[in-house]
Ligand binder design. Sequence first.
Ligand code: PLP
Length: 214
Amino acid sequence: MSIRENIQQVRENIAAAALSAGRRPEDITLVGASKMNDAAACREAIAAGIDALGENRVQEMTQKLAENAYDGAPLHFIGHLQRNKVKQVVGKVALIESVGSYELLEDIEKLGIVQPILLEVNVGGEEAKSGFAVSEVRAAAERAKSLSHVVLRGLMTIPPVAEGEHGSVPYFEKVHALYVDINASLYDNKLDILSMGMSGDYEDAVRCGATMVR
Ligand SMILES: *Cc1c(COP(=O)(O)O)cnc(C)c1O
């Protein structure tokens, strides 16, 4: 399948999942995870109408930025962000989806550049994964609210590897509930992004309220 056909197929699947849950297909943003794809492939995806591209490695992103690979679409950073690389990302991307620690929040704030972000939730409580524990997210959202250069737009999560079909659903439901609660009680319902769902489970994520899939 070509990149264009692939995007079209995923869009159709998103639309069907959205409609089955009483949601509007146009309310779901499709982010192409462009890691390991060269600049030409990125341009092809943009020409085919992908909503945004997401990179998870700073070095690869910097290289492809220099090649103008992302012209015409917003760029997201979706990977683990090391503190010594924050400077190479802040101000360069439309959204950092993977802010998973207080240190990162403070590092971003210190640069003095307004940066939209999502808080990453380690919903499975996995040792090897970054992100805030479910019990920490609310306090992190309050902290983000107090920072003038950090613009919180919502939450992102990568659930544990699913056990069987629909295995991600309980995790998606948990993060959706957290999102709705924080949005209503702290953010006047101004948060607008819940990023969850990847190749294997994005339809379930849409049915569970994701507004962005990767
Ligand atoms: C690579 C990546 C994706 C997409 O992964 P697939 O396995 O291609 O679905 C989504 N989110 C993040 C954070 C990624 O790094």
